[in-house]
Design a binder for this molecule. Sequence first.
Ligand SMILES: [Zn+2]
Length: 481
Amino acid sequence: MKYLFTLFLLASFALQAQNFEGFYATMALHDAKELQKDVPGEVEILKEYRNEAVVYMSDNASHKLHDRVLVHGPGYIRMPSFEEAVKAVEHPKTRPDSSRMAFTISEDAAVNAAIDVVNTQNIEDHILELEGYGTRYHTMASATQAAEDLKTKWENMASSYGRTDVSVRLYNHSGTNMPSVIMTITGASIPDEFVVVGGHLDSTSNQGNNNAPGADDDASGIATITEAVRTLFETDFVPQRTIEVMAYAAEEIGLVGSGEIAADYDNNSVNVIAVAQFDMTNYNGSTNDVSLITDFTSGNLNIFMMSLMDHYNASGVHEVTYATSVCNYGCSDHASWTNRGFLSTFPFEANFGQHNSSIHTASDTFSLSGTATHATKFTKLCAEFLIEVAKSEGSLSVGDVLPNASLQVNVRQGVLTYTIEGVSETFVSMQMHDIQGKIVVNKSVTSNQGQISLPQLSSGVYVVSLTTENDKSISQKVLLK
Ligand SMILES: [Zn+2]
């Protein structure tokens, strides 16, 4: 089947056809050039675009990539055709401004209830359960079995809490026989807006794919998202937006499962407002707990994740510390969503390079850490993300909000007039961001109402934020014509 598919590709794109059996992919140009030195004749660079390359490469070359460059995931993104690959690098999709939403923090009661019932033992049990398949390499029968069993596990979990708003399906792919698994919790009031959390169910090993326990990579992520959702059920949380929990197939061979799902959702205009990826959560390799990956992710969403941890995990039993790190090209499924213009974030177990070095080997077992305490922190963050994003339509602000305050803003002839009501605190600064999150105006203020002259700004949507001396803020969107 795979061979026929390749023949079809070779026939369809004769101009790009190579004289060896392989597949099309996109990857970092630098990595592609390095890889060519290792496996001459097995990597063809077909097109260069900025720092990216469209390549045709052999399976052997893709395995060598792990030895050559420091990668976590595959290090490349598999593409169904040369044309799709070119389109992906030359015309990366971006959403219209109007789809960018703001993320607020307001659900303290629901979040605190959920993170109080996160059960570390459940996470440990689930990691061991997945490790028990021996391998979840996407072509193996045990990988498909793991997907079918996970569907049953999620269905049983939902019904044990009497949830009638939950359904679970297998998502079949064209690029792999292994299905992905998707749990849907239908939103109570805005069901056509989606919040996605995911991780990959498949595993791989460079010591032979029949022994790929994949405990950290990525049984830990699947266990993390499963336990986070269980806490929502246990605390009777009803999302206003639709939540989807995804266990992706075939991440390890080039983000195949998530790539097909993100393309499908994009092509069908599914309104996914935020995606969080949990891939490797149980190896404590850095001084900080969480490393937010800043490449191929959304800056806005990363700031929101930091705000969640500042708000809910600053100290005490729920303390979580964080830093930022960069991962690599196509290092996990978040990149599939980012490539389709969706906002994604990827909290990772350690700073890149300090992560679990046993991944992609037969030694990636639970016994390495022996406890799921590190993954427990990610489970809390996942629950916080789900509750705060799925709650309802939010206003545009990030950080500590002032719930009873109101802010009126208008701009006329280059002068911004603001009025804040319903709050006694003193405001000390005003910032204006463009929709990419870049600060375009930063001024100190002395009053809860006033006027500020603006520099020349291009037309579009901006976010005006005023912050108090106690670092609380209130924001409002403003459209400049
Ligand atoms: Zn992974």
